[in-house]
Design a protein around this ligand. Structure first.
Ligand code: UTP
Length: 299
């Protein structure tokens, strides 16, 4: 019988070196997109996908995560006294899901971060949602990719990893799949999963993005996983090993993905989201048009 997918693991213990100095003391997963921390978007995706429990893997400089998603009695009391119910709702929304935290003592890599979730997950299929990857945040009517992965699991009973085409010269920043033939309705059988290949060695341009549905057998593999690319314990290497004993599929994501951990990616996320935000969208649009005109005039 298929086990229900109820749990999500969100690794958020990386160093965030691409976003220094902001990430020296602040978790990149807490960087706000207009007015909402990045992680809150991910929690909302999890909720809309039917996830009931989330484990966030943090490190010692990530106290702000635990505080944000806890209740803030003083703030809530103050807002209630002043009748600011709209603001109170925003604060309450942050505490709407069952959250758990665990620390990764040293950033040994994504594979090691996921391994910290072994006891939390137990013997169930689960999803991994990377804390700095946002998907389709400007349209809540779209089926979340996490929901799609869960439906794939319900149909195949197999691990399924989200992928999307990236420019060929960028494949060395990603894990990449060697698909086995053509995909069927966006679902691929996979021959191998390769972490950070050189463009000339990459088996395809289909890159692993930050959503995974994994069976619990991944933990036994991660426990014995040797460091790989960048001398880090790589989740991609463990998935490649898993694929040798049970099928692992890849699901092509066709929506819009944002890499918030990258400076330009963060800017794009903020602009796109601002253009949908009821309080600022009109002003932002006018400003962009004005700016574009100025830039054109200056050429
Ligand atoms: P990244 O490689 O994007 O994160 O890892 P990073 O290492 O923090 O970033 P840069 O490259 O130095 O800027 C993808 C996800 O895995 C988590 C990160 O927090 C991020 O959400 N991660 C990575 C961990 O939790 N632990 C690790 O040891 C490594």
């Amino acid at each position: 019988m298929t086990k229900k997918v109820r749990k999500a693991v969100i690794p958020a213990a990386g160093l965030g070196t691409r976003f220094l100095p902001a990430t020296k003391a602040l978790a990149k997963e807490m960087l706000p997109i207009v007015d909402k921390p990045t992680l809150q978007f991910i929690f909302e995706e999890a909720l809309r996908s039917g996830i009931e429990d989330i484990l966030v893997v943090t490190n010692k400089s990530k106290r702000s995560i635990e505080d944000h998603f806890d209740s803030n009695f003083e703030l809530e009391h103050n807002l209630r006294e002043k009748g600011k119910d709209d603001l109170l709702k925003l604060v309450d929304d942050a505490t709407a899901i069952r959250l758990h935290f665990i620390r990764q003592s040293y950033p040994k890599g994504l594979g090691d971060a996921v391994l910290q979730a072994k006891a939390f997950v137990g013997n169930e299929p689960f999803v991994v949602m990377l804390g700095d990857d946002l998907m389709d945040i400007t349209d809540e009517s779209v089926k979340p990719i996490t929901r799609q992965l869960i439906e794939d699991y319900e149909a195949t009973h197999a691990s399924t990893i989200a992928v999307m085409p990236v420019p060929h010269e960028e494949v060395s920043s990603y894990g990449v799949i060697a698909p086995h033939g053509e995909g069927v309705n966006g679902l691929y059988s996979v021959e191998t999963f390769v972490e950070k290949p050189k463009p000339e060695d990459a088996p395809s341009d289909l890159a692993i993005i930050g959503r995974y549905l994994l069976t619990p057998e991944i933990f036994d593999i991660l426990e014995n996983q040797e460091p790989g690319a960048g001398n880090e314990i790589q989740l991609t290497d463990a998935i490649d090993t898993l694929n040798k004993t049970q099928r692992v599929f890849a699901r092509e994501f066709t929506g819009k993905r944002y890499d918030v951990g990258d400076k330009f990616g963060f800017m794009k996320t903020s602009i796109d989201y601002a253009l949908t935000h009821p309080q600022v969208k009109d002003d932002v649009k006018d400003y962009i048009i004005e700016l574009a005109q100025q830039l054109q005039d200056a050429e």
